[in-house]
Design a protein. Structure first.
Length: 461
């Protein structure tokens, strides 16, 4: 496979663009990615693609008039042509009152964002990993469906005023759904390193869920104590994070309006930005060149920080935020009663003694008198923006838990509830665990036991 773009190559491209520029401000960004996705369904591979994408985007500005153009032609002539195209658009564009010139020089953290084993994982390697999942499901007389992806590349941004950032990155993800005659199970994970994805273990987890939920029974809709696996917790935490957008907050359209500095969730919970976390996919900088930062969005249940874009930050005299893509939700207990807990400190698991916290999901289940175990949520949509009420459905493994044991599988529910209510009704939690969902990038989230969760109706599948 061809080598990805180097830092020196990107610097050369940026210099050609700056020499060709006639605008007052010029900003260039380059993305070079290669890798692919292997999809499978009905116990066979349905797609196995491998690509190499290189693109250059140039933004040019004359005063507050700005334009942008992109190209995949990275020759000297192609670079000059895309600069000219961006400037032509800028000259005829209306003035943008929110335009800000590119940042100047910045300091960026060094992150372990690239793993060579992922860069080397080509189509045949992905096929072999998928084969493990397909053969396991076939042996269990189930149908396997899912995807294995692995990508590597580099990202660079630069501006004529001295901004320069470059980072090599890898990412990979494996998800699998095992489907039986009247039930299904799901599992998945994502990482920088393809060797972190234990396909056999994840597939067996999906098979076990499908097998255990066969011949599902029906419970009436209502309010139940629920045990939410980390993937399901992501369905609540993701919309809460979106509600922390500073622009909507100051316009009064956020469900969190007026609550900065107030407690919004259980005081035992803290939501941190951790771009250096070894299990997450954090980046050293975002598309504008803002450096990754380390802080608590929510600390001991209190909303401490909003997600500010550069313009809104300037309006309100605060620092802008790079992103929300490396989230860790961790919990603590104030009154130790003997159970073991753990939280992450600089990427290491630190153990303590804690009453309502458990180390793993199994411990949480064992401490549950009666509840419903939820593997995942899907098709999550907003219902009421004023209190962040959402609706969605359970999927791929729903179980009754009684006296600390997983009982029969259940027919799926539709639910209506708000993260602002559910995350204030927490009965117990685990340490942060891998949380992959269809809605957001990977996070580290605890499994939760939540009281009075609102299942509004039963679905027939």
């Amino acid at each position: 496979m061809p080598e990805p773009m180097s830092r020196a190559e990107f610097a050369r491209i940026a210099e050609i663009a700056f020499q060709a520029a006639t605008g007052e401000q010029t900003f260039v960004s380059v993305s070079d990615e290669q890798g692919g996705t292997t999809r499978f369904a009905n116990n066979q591979v349905s797609q196995n693609v491998h690509i190499r994408r290189q693109s250059l985007t140039v933004s040019a500005a004359f005063g507050r008039r700005h334009g942008r153009a992109s190209t995949t032609e990275l020759t000297d002539a192609g670079i000059r042509a895309v600069v000219a195209a961006a400037e032509e658009l800028a000259r005829v564009a209306p003035e943008d009152p929110e335009y800000l010139p590119p940042l100047g020089p910045q300091n960026y953290p060094r992150l372990a964002s690239h793993r060579p084993e992922t860069a080397a994982a080509g189509p045949s390697d992905r096929i072999e990993r998928v084969r493990i999942a397909v053969e396991a499901c076939r042996a269990a007389r189930m149908q396997a469906a899912g995807a294995m992806e692995a990508y590597a590349g580099s990202v660079g941004i630069a501006a004529a005023g001295g901004l320069f950032a470059f980072e090599a990155r890898t990412r990979c993800q494996f998800t699998v759904t095992a489907t039986a005659s009247d039930s299904s199970g799901w599992a998945g994970d994502a990482s920088r390193s393809v060797d972190d994805l234990d396909v056999a273990v994840l597939t067996q987890r999906a098979i076990d869920k499908a097998r255990a939920s066969a011949s599902p029974t029906e419970l009436p809709p209502g309010r139940y104590s629920v045990l939410l696996e980390p993937a399901a917790v992501a369905g609540l935490v993701g919309p809460l994070m979106s509600a922390m957008d500073a622009r909507s907050y100051h316009r009064g359209t956020s469900a969190l309006r007026g609550r900065l500095g107030e407690r919004i969730i259980d005081e035992r919970l803290t939501l941190r930005n951790r771009p250096d976390h070894p299990s997450l996919l954090g980046a050293a900088f975002n598309g504008e060149g803002l450096s990754a930062d380390y802080h608590a969005w929510i600390e001991s249940g209190v909303l401490r920080r909003l997600n500010y874009d550069r313009f809104t930050a300037m309006e309100h005299g605060v620092q802008p935020s790079a992103d929300l893509d490396a989230a860790v939700l961790e919990g603590r207990e104030e009154a130790p009663r003997g159970a073991r807990a753990a939280h992450f400190d600089e990427g290491r698991a630190v153990e303590g003694r804690s009453g309502g916290a458990a180390d793993l999901l199994e411990e949480l289940i064992a401490s549950t008198k009666r509840g419903i175990l939820v593997t995942n949520f899907w098709y999550i949509r907003p219902v009421n923006a004023t209190d962040l009420t959402l609706t969605g459905m359970t999927r791929d493994g729903l179980f009754l838990v009684e006296d600390g044991r997983i009982g029969p599988g259940l027919l799926n529910f539709r639910w209506h509830d708000s993260p602002l209510r559910a995350l204030n009704a927490i009965e117990a939690f685990t340490r942060p665990l891998d949380a992959v969902s269809w809605e957001r990038d990977k996070m580290m989230l605890p499994a939760l036991r939540v009281g009075d969760f609102n299942f509004s109706s039963v679905t027939r599948f």
